[in-house]
Design a protein around this ligand. Structure first.
Ligand code: ATP
Ligand code: MG
Length: 212
């Protein structure tokens, strides 16, 4: 099947600890601008590239992702990465999706400008380029100049598979949300209501006081 007739599918990968409007916004903007038929949200399992030991239980991250996307008919959830035991390599997931689609779908991996720089250092980067295109969305605080420098080292074929998408962007990050919750500050309007409620009900991101 030639590329023109393939279904374009967005893949929005992330730790989603927690998921926030920044994630939903870049997924929706990418869907709209690149004519994606749907966007698959892919919470990471045990991320290889994230050096934070205190990432919360995948079950919480999956539930929050489900709550966050439920109002958008173009968004769906995939738990393949959290269901896999051991460290997660997104390249394996992409390969799996590719095989399953039997060449009928073309994958667009949606990432922030910070994450694309990490991705380009993956050991299997050449293999990744055979499996998907990238939509790299600008993110406040991350310079395009740094990204462009890395892009210059790619082959012309690889470079052509990265689409830089400049949006106004949002300043939101999961780090900020975790900090705000731990300080008792509001997160309303930074995350969907269902996610806010879930965080409060489950008591997530509140530091545990050691009473011993
Ligand atoms: P943390 O602060 O814990 O790193 P995060 O907000 O960066 O969390 P991730 O789950 O690490 O969220 O990110 C998943 C993807 O979403 C990454 O590709 C990241 O670059 C992108 N992303 C997250 N927030 C934004 C934002 N505000 N604007 C653009 N891209 C974003
Ligand atoms: Mg991040």
């Amino acid at each position: 099947m030639d590329d023109l007739h393939k279904f374009k599918v967005g893949i929005m990968g992330g730790t989603f600890d927690p998921i926030h409007y920044g994630h939903l916004y870049i997924a929706e903007c990418s869907r709209h601008s690149y004519g994606l038929a749907k966007v698959l949200f892919l919470p990471s399992g045990q991320p290889v590239h994230k050096n934070r030991p205190d990432i919360i239980d995948p079950a919480h991250r999956v539930r929050m992702t489900r709550l966050a996307i439920e109002s958008n008919p173009f968004f769906s959830l995939s738990t393949v990465e959290v269901d896999r035991l051991g460290p997660t390599y997104t390249v394996d997931t992409l390969e799996q999706l590719h095989e399953k689609s039997a060449g009928t779908e073309e994958f667009y991996f949606i990432t922030g400008a910070d994450a694309i720089m990490e991705i380009l250092t993956w050991k299997d980067v050449a293999r990744v380029f055979g499996l998907c295109r990238f939509i790299a969305v600008t993110r406040p605080g991350y310079s395009l100049a740094a990204l462009n420098k890395i892009l210059n080292d790619l082959t012309p074929g690889q470079r052509a598979k990265i689409h830089i998408h400049e949006t106004g962007g949002t300043l939101i990050s999961s780090t900020e949300i975790r900090m705000r919750v731990s300080h008792g500050e509001p997160i309303k309007y930074l995350v969907p209501e269902g996610v806010e409620r879930y965080i409060i009900t489950e008591g997530l991101y509140i530091p545990k006081i050691n009473m011993e």
